[in-house]
Design a protein. Sequence first.
Length: 394
Amino acid sequence: MKAQAISQFVKLYGREPKWVVSAPGRVNLIGEHTDYNDGFVFPMAIERRTVIAAAPAEPSDGLGESEAKIWSNANDQIGVVSVAPGVAPVEVAPNEELPWTAYIQGTLTLCAEAGFPAQPFVAVIASDVPLGGGLSSSAALEVSVATLCEVISGKTMDPVKKCLLCQKAEHEYAFMPCGIMDQFISNLGQPDHAMLLDCRSCVPEMVPLTDPAVSILVIDSKVKHKLTGSEYPDRRRACKEAAEILGVKALRDATMDMLNAAKDKLTPTQYIRAKHVITEDARTVEAAAACKANDWVKMGKLMYESHLSMRCEFQITCTELDYLIDLAYTKGVDGGVYGARMTGGGFGGCVVVLVKTDAVEDLKAYFFNEYKAKTKIDAPIFVSRPGKGSAIES
């Protein structure tokens, strides 16, 4: 991606870039929809990245005194954004698509307001993080833009404040009320480590994932079911309402005993949403402990339980994702699969599979062929070790 970004930059602008930065996508091993409930998540950065090559604007670039011009390989389009503070979010109608530059604009604006302004620049974005696959291409973009602002301004942002700034950009400019997981792992991921993140304290614990006998397989279902747009906010609202009824600050503070005792006060939907979050928090902490102990059978069991909870209690899976999990379960440990689960916001996207390294090639063919026979879809499949977080490449 770095080579592609530099090559495209030279092609478009006729000169070499001055700055190159990058940030990764992520896969969440376990801990879904727990982050905005002050709970625990267990992601790792993947070895797929969003790279930005950039240079100061020149008169021949045709930009205003507070503008930047950016080309993206995701859509082969050039967008113009402002580097000034105080730029308001774009207002879009309910069925109108958000401009692809919204994530960039939000991050640039908030960085400028936080004292990390970018001068007018031209840039190229090259990314191999799949869009819409639940691997957090948006956080990779936000964090790479914030990293670019750091290098342009010549100052380094506090790492936690940088993550929270990128989250705020997604909230206020992309209108997605996401938790903090994606920005944290994209910014602070470490090679050969997953991250157990306490989403209340914002304190990450890096957990070694170095056993060469296991690998992380990521399968993109290539499915993203069309939704009304309210599914994520509806679930977040149900969790907040359940916590208020239980008398706790967030569902992270609740137990199943508390939930069952208050069942008559909750709607059926509030109950099952809360049940998922409470049990998922416990599974996530257990999974990190299993990872530390190289207990892959236990880790895999927890992943299956997580997916079942997302299917039945949180209701965010879909037929295609469930089929991939069924394929994994059918193979079993003897066939090289320890466990699998949906990863990301839901209703499509990717499945993460914990597998035996020596079975990777056979399993890639198995999943590809069986899934295509069922769905007629060619599913991209890749293996990733835990990758590095954001970086200044040059």
